[in-house]
Design a binder for this molecule. Structure first.
Ligand code: TYM
Length: 328
């Protein structure tokens, strides 16, 4: 079996507990059983305008958060997408074989393009770059949150299409969603997924939020009109808080029921907030230490790029051979 895993995050906005529970926590847990590659996808970020200085800073911040969340830079390769130019080279090849209709029906494109006055072509082609990120390393498993599942399906389609046109070249990667926490919803609006770009002040718990703010956010989270937790039939807001607790605590459904069924909302929210704080506090401490010396982060990112570049070059050599792109 292919033991390589690949995943990535955009260095936009502030990372929240949805990013952690849907992705980062799984990455950290899986890393030692696989050959892991974790990327910070700055080229995906610029599909919508980013302030240049802020993008630079956030790219390093996200690298620090990966490590603070448990990614071990000695074992896992951590690097920035734009420092390995083969990503865009392969993305171009994929763009050429991806029918417009496949891209145009992506729900994330529809949602994001609806918010823009002028839509760059890059936003449409975004999933072809994502397919390139993964297939450049022939990664067999991609751990992500549920909102990326459609992009992963497209990656599989692109891989199969390339193989059908040019001969067996790429693996067809598997999507790996966490059992609990694959889709964390907004605290203020539990029908919408928690997102970096949502405007509400009470929408998301940021990974760097201080304990007081976390407690306040959870105490204001939408529940329902029942007096306490109805475990068998919770409203969407209560279900979301239960999911958040369970994903952090790694406990079974039976343990959850035992602990929370019938608990009044005040106590319930206090317990959920404490669970979040107990996980984020050590992460925040580590993050502070790491960002105090940015040279260390820069060194890790440089080393990560050096580790993955030979794999990327080998794939591009094969792609050139298969497609007939000039090799001299
Ligand atoms: P991004 O940066 O939006 O999100 C990073 C990761 O966090 C997960 N996630 C969530 N999980 C649970 N609940 C939520 N509310 C939630 N919000 C976000 C996402 O599913 C993702 O795993 N296109 C990708 C980045 C990317 C990528 C890749 C991922 C680029 N190339 C190759 C995997 C492989 C993105 O924008 O994720």
């Amino acid at each position: 079996m292919n033991k390589r895993i690949f995943s990535g995050m955009q260095p936009t906005g502030d990372l929240h507990i949805g990013n952690y529970l849907g992705a980062l926590k799984t990455w950290a847990r899986m890393q030692y059983d696989y050959e892991p590659i974790f990327c910070i996808v700055d080229q995906h970020a610029i599909t919508v305008y980013q302030d240049p200085a802020e993008l630079q800073r956030k790219t390093e911040d996200v690298a620090a958060l990966y490590i603070a969340a448990g990614i071990d830079p000695e074992h896992s390769a951590i690097f920035v997408q734009s420092t390995v130019p083969a990503h865009v080279e392969l993305a171009w090849v994929f763009t050429c074989i991806t029918p417009f209709g496949w891209l145009n029906r992506m729900t994330q494109f529809k949602a994001k393009s609806g918010q823009q006055e002028s839509v760059g072509t890059g936003l449409l082609c975004y999933p072809a770059l994502m397919a390139a990120d993964i297939l450049l390393y022939q990664a067999g498993i991609v751990p992500v949150g549920e909102d990326q599942a459609q992009h992963l399906e497209l990656t599989r389609d692109i891989s199969q299409r390339f193989n059908a046109l040019y001969g067996e070249t790429f693996v067809v990667p598997e999507t790996r969603l966490p059992v609990v926490g694959a889709r964390i919803m907004g605290l203020d609006e539990p029908a919408e997924k928690m997102s970096k770009s949502a405007p509400g002040a009470n929408h998301a718990v940021g990974l760097l939020d201080p304990p007081n703010r976390i407690k306040k956010l959870i105490s204001r989270a939408v529940t329902d009109s029942k007096p306490g937790v109805d475990f068998e039939d919770p409203g969407a807001g209560v279900r979301n808080l239960l999911n958040i607790y369970q994903a952090f605590a790694d406990v079974t459904n039976d343990e959850m029921k035992e602990k929370f069924d019938g608990m009044r909302y005040g106590d319930f929210k206090k317990t959920v907030a404490e669970m979040i704080v107990s996980h984020l506090e050590p992460m925040q401490k580590k993050y502070e230490e790491l960002t105090a010396d940015r040279d260390v982060i820069r060194g890790i990112l440089k080393k990560g790029a050096e580790r993955v570049t030979p794999i990327a070059h080998a794939t591009m050599d094969l792609v050139r051979e298969r497609t007939g792109l000039y090799r001299g």
